[in-house]
Design a protein around this ligand. Structure first.
Ligand code: ADP
Ligand code: GN1
Ligand code: MG
Length: 369
């Protein structure tokens, strides 16, 4: 048995899955945590699956605080969903504690592991294959924000400090550029100039927050299409997952991150930039659906700022990919050389497209005010 297999044995033994484990395999396409699907098989032949995750040590310095947030949020969501007649087992994540009763298991090498039941009969999409699918994700994320409207925000830990602090992301990029640890900056000159030409943009949403124009809410902060599980039967958004970054934040960022990832027809790391284009009609589809799901919780100012949420989340994500590339790809999982730079380039292409369609985007959001 190699080291990874020995570690997996240790971790599997730390949890009670209710039946013998028959296998654990790598799963999903997340960029942050190490995710596995665990299969169990009991004597009555009923096979069950679980999601087992080693939380990213690079992203999350305090797994104890992270899991305190997740326990609080999943319990709250479960109650809200039940009180609306929904199924808490299918529509919310549920933490399965290890045998020692803690919220997660710390392995002998210091890794932090958690388990959720696998939400069955769902599909996790990587691209918005149809407008209906994208609309369903919009309703789910809008509704998620609505469900958490009354959550006591002051009890949440900041799991990643300055997560959507675009000014801070810019400062970190500049620092990485100055150090240029791997001498990659020369190769990224065009991308760096793209950022430097838009420095002022980094303050737009934060200034609106400081000025009291935009309210602080409890938000998801990572609203990619693949962070909502779609019901296989109905095609509707069923369960919002990846709750690691639920923190006080801006509603426009939840909207914007979905647009960044979903309102186009290409992979996040597409090399051929001619294939990376903002789909304005998908922007409209998502706007309508997100606001429908949010059910009147957004203010008029928040709706006005939605195009800024889209542009800033896309710009910020590009800045983060570029920073990670300059620092040697230590944060986002990569499967090939240059992937983070390619990801950065797709984001900046989308930002340029948003700028080119800016008036149209502003007109669209006005329609749904
Ligand atoms: P990351 O932060 O790395 O993106 P996620 O929590 O999003 O990690 O999980 C990675 C992937 O695992 C998801 O995109 C989804 O495909 C799958 N997944 C996570 N939790 C569940 C679950 N409870 N049921 C089914 N699939 C899940
Ligand atoms: C990460 O965890 P995942 O893969 O859903 C990242 C997001 C980025 C996204 C880019 C905790 O999302 O912020 O927007 O990659 N999550 C974290 O694809 O950093
Ligand atoms: Mg994810």
């Amino acid at each position: 048995m190699n080291q990874a297999e020995t570690m997996m044995q240790e971790v599997l033994a730390a949890f009670d899955f209710g039946a013998p484990v028959v296998g654990a395999l790598r799963f999903g396409q997340g960029h942050i945590n190490d995710t596995f699907v665990v299969h169990t098989q009991s004597e009555d032949a009923c096979c069950r699956r679980f999601i087992l995750q080693r939380m990213s040590a690079a992203a999350f310095k305090r797994p104890d605080q992270l899991m305190e947030n997740i326990l609080g949020v999943t319990e709250y969501l479960g109650r809200e969903i039940e009180s609306r007649g929904g199924s808490r087992e299918r529509e919310a994540l549920r933490v399965i504690r290890p045998r020692n009763g803690e919220p997660y298991y710390t392995d002998s090498a210091g890794g932090a592991w958690r388990v959720y039941p696998f939400v069955e009969d769902t599909i996790c999409y990587q691209t918005a294959e149809t407008p209906e699918l994208f609309a369903a994700s919009g309703r789910a994320f809008g509704h998620f924000q609505r469900l958490l409207q009354g959550y006591p925000a002051q009890t949440l830990h900041e799991t990643i400090p300055h997560f959507h602090d675009t000014e801070d992301r810019l400062a970190k990029l500049k620092a990485a550029m100055a150090v240029d640890k791997l001498s990659r900056a020369a190769e990224c000159r065009q991308e760096l100039d793209f950022v430097l030409a838009r420095e002022a943009d980094c303050s737009v949403a934060l200034q609106a927050l400081r000025d009291g124009i935009l309210p602080l809410r409890v938000t998801h902060n990572d609203t990619k299409l693949n962070n909502v599980l779609m019901d296989r039967e109905t095609g509707e958004g069923l369960c919002v997952i990846d709750l690691d970054t639920v923190m006080p934040g801006l509603s426009i960022n939840d909207f914007g991150d979905s647009i960044r990832f979903g309102a186009n027809h290409s992979a996040e790391d597409e090399k051929d930039l001619s294939r990376v284009n903002l789909d304005v009609s998908l922007f409209e589809t998502y706007t309508q659906a997100f606001l429908e799901g949010a059910g009147g919780t957004l203010t008029a100012a928040e709706i006005d700022y939605l195009p800024w949420g889209a542009k800033l989340m896309t710009f910020e994500c590009g800045i983060r990919f570029l920073t990670d590339y300059l620092e040697g790809d230590t944060y986002f999982h990569t499967t090939r050389a240059g992937q983070n730079l390619d990801r950065c380039r797709t984001q900046f292409k989308l930002v340029s497209d948003m700028e080119a369609h800016w008036d149209e985007l502003a007109e669209i959001v006005k329609k749904y005010k």
